[in-house]
Write a protein that binds this ligand. Structure first.
Ligand code: FRU
Length: 514
């Protein structure tokens, strides 16, 4: 902790003390529980990723941030930039609260044609659209305390000005009216705002980002409704030469394993309204683990790249304010690429870690093809370095009942990740993974249903000190979970009940990003 804490001591008093700290690969972080691949704030509280936009070779990441403490509080937009979504440079806070409210979640775009008139075509503005949350109005018992505001930057996101005529979208009297995600619609040549409104999504359009008109609503009777709808995203993806639209909607609570999670819909958007391909009662999840929330995708990724790149907040509102980290709270997920795939059930969203992650591999180790019965200690057999590790295992579990990857330390704490053949489900069990008592809904065995073909299971996973992300069968099912062992995990064993065939599998030693 020591090193980073010292450099951030000032943060307790004044965040700018470490706001411009450049994170480098040489200064591996020694702080307990701090990941070495995943983005974390230098100090204090973080939740949702915001304003993710790519401009002039830089991925911008803004985030919900309370610079005054390690729990949720008055929201600002923290800011960091990266050239590869893995190595981040922390920049000063971009947006501060003002008389209209604190700064809740939202998005950013590059207004390439200067439709807003806030820049020039030679120097187009970067425009952020976010939710103002006015606590005074809330306390006064009013319902219209969330409005949408605009800010812009003419220097690549380094400094920001609020638009003088904020808010750009007033509240019609609905308490949950937030998290605008803005994108340019080629068909209508208008901006589209996708907004979360209590239990549904509303779409608005604008020629200039400043004046908005309501287009349509979606979702009151579709998908999961166990909690409030938040942080939507709407984007096209091409599958089999056809353009389809994906609508992401975070929901809290009501996730598949409790608390917060992100659902998605696949369908069409005609520039005015969204229609779902699936029947209303279908609920699809971006990630079945408990720790991937409020995720959205980057705007303005160049067509020459063409990927749809996603990042989520790696926590859950059930316990986010209580997790046992000291100087900061929360990390983001690893950046992921989203694609659509045709399955028997219909089109489904696949998530994979971005290819940039491969640059952090320092060594690839091929695991011998073999039949495993009982326990195979992968870490000592293949000299694997934990707790930073990537595994890509191809397993045949047709003669097994259950397989488990057991990550453990010398204190006997363990995280179990595996597949139950009988239940046809992937699971992560963190009940014995170290610190769990901080919140009763933190420990648990969490599951994701997945049916195998001929017993074939591919488990691609990334372990980073205090989190694991597993992408099963090419990203068809994903689980992301955090945990807090009292001592780092140093061992990983493959434990099988029955016979498991290990084929064409690899382990990668990774270098820290920080
Ligand atoms: C989602 C969320 C958003 C809101 C923000 C406040 O996690 O509740 O709906 O804008 O967090 O920090």
């Amino acid at each position: 902790m020591k090193k980073h804490l010292l450099s951030c001591l000032a943060a307790a008093l004044f965040i700018a003390g470490c706001a411009t700290t450049k994170t480098t690969t040489s200064s591996a972080n020694q702080e307990q529980h701090r990941p070495q691949l995943h983005f974390t704030p230098p100090a204090n509280w973080m939740n949702d990723p915001n304003g993710m936009v790519f401009y002039k070779g830089e991925y911008h990441l803004f985030y919900q941030h309370n610079p005054g403490g390690t729990t949720w509080g008055p929201m600002h937009w923290g800011h960091a930039i990266s050239k590869d979504m893995l190595h981040w440079e922390h920049l000063p806070i971009a947006l501060y609260p003002d008389e209209l409210g604190t700064i809740f979640s939202g998005s950013a775009v590059v207004d390439v044609n200067n439709t807003s008139g806030l820049g020039t075509t030679e120097n187009p503005p970067m425009v952020a659209i976010f939710t103002y949350h006015n606590e005074k109005l809330e306390k006064a018992g009013r319902n219209d305390y969330q409005t949408q505001g605009l800010a812009y930057s003419l220097d690549n996101g380094r400094t920001w000005k609020k638009y003088e005529q904020n808010p750009v979208l007033k509240n019609p009297g609905i308490r949950d009216y937030r998290d605008p995600k803005v994108s340019w619609n080629d068909k209508t040549q208008q901006w589209v705002m996708t907004l979360a409104v209590l239990d549904h999504i509303e779409f608005y359009s604008s020629p200039n980002l400043k004046e908005w008109k309501k287009l349509s609503e979606f979702g009151k009777s579709y998908g999961g409704h166990g909690g409030v709808w938040e942080c939507p995203d709407l984007f096209p993806l091409t599958v089999n030469g056809q353009q389809k639209w994906v609508l992401l909607v975070s929901i809290n609570p009501g996730g598949p394993n409790g608390g917060s999670a992100t659902q998605y819909f696949v369908g069409d958007f005609n520039g005015q309204s969204f229609t779902s391909d699936n029947p209303p009662q279908t609920t699809l999840w971006v990630d079945h683990g408990k720790d991937n929330y409020a995720g959205v995708t980057w705007s303005n990724i160049p067509a020459s790249d063409g990927r749809r790149l996603f990042l989520g907040w790696m926590s859950n509102w059930q316990y986010a304010n209580e997790v046992p980290t000291v100087a900061w709270r929360s990390a983001m997920t690893l950046p992921r690429e989203l694609t659509l795939r045709q399955t028997k059930e219909g089109l489904r969203l696949l998530s994979q870690p971005v290819k940039e992650l491969q640059k952090l591999r320092t060594k690839a180790i091929s695991l011998k093809a073999q039949e495993v019965q009982g326990t195979l200690d992968l870490s000592s057999r293949y000299k694997l370095n934990l707790p930073l590790l990537e595994l890509d295992l191809n397993l045949d579990v047709s003669q097994a009942q259950e397989i488990t990857l057991k990550f453990s330390n010398t204190k006997g704490e363990q995280l179990n990740l595996g597949y139950s053949v009988k239940q046809e489900e992937l699971f992560i069990d963190r009940t014995q993974a170290g610190k769990i008592a901080f919140k009763d809904n933190f420990p648990g065995r969490h599951v994701a249903p997945i049916k195998l073909e001929n017993g074939k299971l591919r488990l691609h996973l990334i372990l980073d000190f205090t989190s694991v992300e597993v992408f099963a069968n090419g990203g068809q099912k994903v689980m992301t979970e955090i945990f807090f062992p009292n001592e780092n995990f140093t061992q990983v064993e493959l434990v099988t009940d029955g016979v498991t065939k290990l084929q064409d599998s690899k382990a990668y030693i990774l270098q820290p990003a920080f």
